[in-house]
Design a protein around this ligand. Structure first.
Ligand SMILES: C[S@@+](CC[C@H](N)C(=O)[O-])C[C@H]1O[C@@H](n2cnc3c(N)ncnc32)[C@H](O)[C@@H]1O
Length: 255
C-alpha cells in the first residue's frame, strides 16, 4: 500500500540521516585505500574479496546502490573507477560528497539522493550504462521490491557487466535462537530482511550464472582479533554442510 511504503521510506531515510548526522568526515588512511586497491587477504575479508572480483570486470563505470556515506564509492574512485553513488538518505549523500572532496576524488564521483525502489537513480532512457553495479548491504533493505529492482539492475548493466553484492543471510530458526542468547550490539532498521531462499531465487532468476560465496559463520566479539574468527570461518566454510550457518554472502554474476 502506498502509505505504508512511504512510511517505510521515511523510516529508512530518518535512520540513516541520523547516523550520517553524527559522522565526522575524515580522510581515510593510505593503508585503508591501498588495502582495497590491492586486497592482501580476500579469502578472509568480504570487502577485500569484492574488490578482488571487481578486478575481473571490464570497464570503469560503477553504480553503487545504497552508497551510504560514500566510503566504498571513494575507495572505488581511488582505484580508478568512475562512480555514481545513490542513496535515499540526503545527509548520507552530503557526507559522501564531502568525503570525496577531501580525498580529491570529486571528479571521479557523482552522488545523488534517490530512492531505488521508485526507480530513481537508474537512468532508464540510457540503458546499459554501467559496467559494474555494486550493492553492499542494501538488497536486504529492498526485499519488497527485489524482483523489480533486479530487472532494472540488469537493464542498467552493459553487456558483460558485473553485478556484485554483499548481503546478510537469514539464519535457520534454531540458529537465530542460539545467537539471540549472546549480547551482541544490533543496529537495524525495522524493515530490513536478511536474504532468504526466496530472495536468492529472485536474484538467480535475473542472473542465472550467479555465484554465491558464503562467509562469516562466527560472530566477532571484540575480545579476540577479527583475524582469528576470519581464519576459523575460512576452514569451517570448506564443509558444504556448514554453509547454512553463514551470516553473509558475496554474490556476483556477469550479464
Ligand atoms: C546498511 S546501509 C549500507 C551503506 C553502505 N552500502 C555500506 O555498506 O556501508 C543501507 C543504505 O541503503 C540506503 N537505502 C535504504 N533504502 C533505500 C532505497 N529505497 N533507495 C536507496 N537507498 C536506500 C540507506 O539510506 C543506507 O545508506
Amino acid at each position: 500500500m502506498v502509505r505504508s511504503e512511504e512510511l517505510r521510506y521515511e523510516s529508512e531515510r530518518e535512520f540513516f540521516d541520523h547516523v550520517a548526522s553524527r559522522t565526522v568526515v575524515e580522510r581515510m588512511s593510505d593503508k585503508t585505500l591501498n588495502r582495497y586497491a590491492n586486497p592482501p587477504n580476500p579469502e578472509l575479508y568480504d570487502k577485500e574479496r569484492m574488490f578482488e572480483i571487481l578486478k575481473s570486470s571490464k570497464g570503469r563505470k560503477v553504480l553503487e546502490i545504497g552508497c551510504g556515506e560514500g566510503f566504498t564509492a571513494v575507495q572505488l574512485a581511488f582505484c580508478g573507477y568512475q562512480v555514481t553513488g545513490i542513496d535515499i538518505s540526503p545527509r548520507s549523500i552530503e557526507v559522501a560528497k564531502k568525503l570525496a572532496s577531501i580525498h580529491g576524488l570529486s571528479d571521479y564521483t557523482t552522488f545523488v539522493t534517490a530512492n531505488v525502489e521508485k526507480s530513481e537513480g537508474l537512468v532508464f532512457d540510457n540503458v546499459k550504462q554501467f559496467d559494474v553495479i555494486w550493492c553492499e548491504n542494501i538488497l536486504h533493505h529492498l526485499t519488497d521490491k527485489l524482483a523489480d529492482i533486479m530487472v532494472l539492475i540488469r537493464c542498467a548493466l552493459s553487456d558483460g557487466g558485473l553485478f556484485i553484492a554483499h548481503e546478510p543471510v537469514e539464519y535457520a530458526a534454531w540458529l537465530k535462537k542460539v545467537r539471540s542468547l549472546f549480547p551482541i550490539k544490533k543496529s537495524y532498521t525495522p524493515d530490513q530482511q536478511p536474504l532468504r531462499k526466496h530472495e536468492f531465487n529472485i536474484i538467480r532468476s535475473t542472473f542465472p550464472n550467479l555465484e554465491v560465496e558464503y562467509r562469516n559463520i562466527l560472530f566477532r566479539p571484540n575480545v579476540l582479533p577479527v583475524d582469528f574468527f576470519a581464519r576459523v570461518d575460512k576452514h569451517l566454510l570448506k564443509f558444504k554442510c556448514l554453509r547454512q550457518l553463514a551470516g553473509y554472502a558475496v554474490l556476483h554474476a556477469t550479464k
